[in-house]
Design a protein around this ligand. Structure first.
Ligand code: ATR
Length: 277
């Protein structure tokens, strides 16, 4: 028997930007676990063979980032219901026999983040307005519906992409245009930005918030900057706001627990470690 190290990592192309090594590294140190979490830069044409060899090297699992989140579903031996519904995976786990299970924890991370800063909150409290219809929006819409949200209003620059999500998720999803946002703002319990607008280096998010009331919880999945212009404007309106960093932190919990055997805490020390440049 060869000695097997406790290993996990993140696979992507590019992967240098990923904050996951810092995040998992913090937890490994904090819990005194003798393991390693490494970034793996792997191109699409080497993805399949890489994922097959990793368990032989001692890897317990892998996080998946851009652009492999969809492709890994074809490679995995089994896919969880939520990953199949979202159409992408971010957390891969090797079974004792080296079989590859694909899961998606992004949506659960999104819900857990809001719940951590809004104790007792449930998506069933009222309709949600979701900006964007990309990969992140798929995870968010899926999680909102799963958590009992009665209606998801979807708004996207490219309307056809929002309509594709409605066709996928069903009649609880309603598609509107950007210009119609003011018409629904007063009625939504939650407003979520899943677009990249407002991120450092990207275009600003232009949205008419005149009719936003203090009853709406506002969440931005952008976390760089932490306090986006959307969150600042919502705070000025008296809204409860939740920044996007926690979604990144919470989506990592199930993977760490499965691979390293300890359920890790999402707390201020972790936030500081991940933000520390
Ligand atoms: P992710 O997986 O992070 O969601 P994505 O699939 O590329 O990334 O989706 C990015 C989202 O941001 C989309 O909703 C995109 O709108 P389009 O579907 O119209 O492309 C939105 N987005 C990005 N840049 C935008 C811009 N300049 N104006 C409006 N929406 C934008």
């Amino acid at each position: 028997m060869t000695e097997k190290l406790l290993l996990a990592g993140v696979i992507g192309d590019p992967v240098a930007h990923s904050r996951s090594p810092r995040l998992h590294g913090h937890w490994l140190r904090r819990y005194g676990i003798e393991g390693h979490y490494v970034p793996l830069h792997v191109s699409r044409d080497r993805l399949h063979e890489t994922l097959r060899i990793l368990p032989e090297l001692g890897f317990k699992g892998i996080n998946v980032t851009i652009p492999h989140k969809e492709a890994v579903l074809q490679i995995a031996d089994s896919v969880t219901d939520r990953a199949a519904l979202i159409g992408a995976a971010n957390t891969l786990t090797y079974t004792a026999k080296g079989m590859l299970q694909a899961d998606n924890t992004d949506g659960a991370g999104f819900i857990e983040n809001i719940r951590q800063y809004t104790p007792g909150w449930s998506a069933s409290e009222g309709p949600a307005l979701v900006l964007g219809a990309g990969g992140a929006a798929r995870a968010v819409v899926s999680a909102l519906l799963q958590d009992g949200c009665p209606e998801v209003v979807l708004v996207n620059r490219t309307r056809a992409r929002a309509e594709a999500l409605r066709d996928h998720f069903g009649a609880k999803v309603q598609v509107l245009d950007w210009t119609q946002i003011p018409d629904v703002l007063e009625d939504v319990a939650l407003l979520v930005n899943t677009t990249s607008l407002g991120m450092t280096g990207k275009q600003p998010l232009h949205i008419d918030l005149d009719r936003l009331t203090a009853q709406t919880i506002v969440n931005d999945i952008v976390y760089s900057p932490l306090r986006t212009a959307l969150l600042q404007a919502a705070t000025a309106k008296g809204c409860h706001t939740v920044d996007g960093l926690g979604m990144l932190l919470h989506q990592a919990v199930p993977g760490f627990e499965r691979w390293f055997g300890t359920k890790p805490a999402v707390d201020d020390a972790l936030r500081a470690a991940v933000l520390d440049e």
